[in-house]
Ligand binder design. Sequence first.
Ligand SMILES: [Zn+2]
Length: 441
Amino acid sequence: MDGVLLVLPDHWNVKEMDSLLSKGKHVLLYGFPKQLSISNEERFTFQDLTFEKSLHVDSRLSLVGDQLLTLGFDAGLVLDVTAMSNKFVTKTDVAQAVSISDDNLAGGKQYTRLFAKSNEKGGRLVWMDFSPNKEDHAYSLNLNYFNGLIASIFRFLDQDKPTYQAIALWPQGKKFAALLEEDTEDQYYEAQRVAEYFGSKNYPITWYVLSNDAQQYKSVTRLLAETGEMACHGDNHQPFILNSERQQHMRLARCKKVVKALTNQTVYSFRPPEERHDNTTFSALANNDFRYFIGKTAVDRFVPQLYQNKEKTKSIVSMPRMGSDDYSLWSQYKMNAEDSINTLKHEADWVETVGGLYMFSFHTQYMGDDNHFHTVTGIADYIAKKPVYFALTSEIGEWWKVRAALQQKKAVSKDQFAKYQPVTLKVSKTGQLERSDVLFE
Ligand SMILES: [Zn+2]
């Protein structure tokens, strides 16, 4: 094979391309085939792609993790790339990137923006609905990631390049991860029915408790510790953002000490009241040996992120929220039971598609209502049936650090290996994605 064929939009013909690929050619196609612009057909198929007429095209894409072109990229990474046509959308079961709706939360139609495939004749195809030239896109496009993606596309198409590999995003090579947590505060006792349900199903759950309330309801608190992971939401519900570092430090220490005394669990995770925090919060957390944090909304990706304290001596893993929480469902949008569960299922499906972390956060105050309670148990049941790493905050957080250590070839303990069973994904000489267990060294 001699080089890569680049074919411009409207200049390619489906039959010709099929023929080139079957002869082992490497082809990069932009945009849509000539047939589409002259045909009256509503639908057109080519390889594993289906092109359809449409009235609206979302302007951004979100990378699907752990695929041929996206190994090593964060799942869900959002790029502001403008589609070449706003008249067509594309579908496939194996996208490298999908469209994302214009708000920052998980969701959209899952239309394909990028596709890759190899065949037994040695042919390789990359199809994309956007231009590889940065000048054709919005000013807001992150060029580091865009250039990285384009490099990855050419690496796949260049058969002389060596094989490449990465540690899979989730333990045991699972498609995506999920985390459910309850802010356990007002009407603290309502956590009991949630604990009983999660306990009976053996589902993981993390309780972010206010320690002043935990002291008032000691037997409920012990039940929570038996069914899930104890975490801190504060010593009371006053926002931390108003406090000095010393005050934040003392409040975190107080919560940790009370929970330890009541349950004998050591707390490593914190979710600030009202999700409000500042840079000081990360230092106060690190200095109290907190390791995991929930309080940020996903901005441009759907995986955890590492933050450091001011001294850059310790890192905190932040688990972003990337979809609705109970507040948006029931206070902001006042959704009924059916719409609530359908919204959550749609978001979970979307996160599964991109291979990210699904996180749902809810409060004790809402659990007195049967519809709300059944929405929470319903989404837990729905997730548990999927190919998911459904886990506690500390497990997902620790894994994220273990994965970073493996990527940097740093030491990982034997216990961590046994627990997380990391998987390597490799693009082979023939352009296939191969998986293998990482061997303990
Ligand atoms: Zn709260």
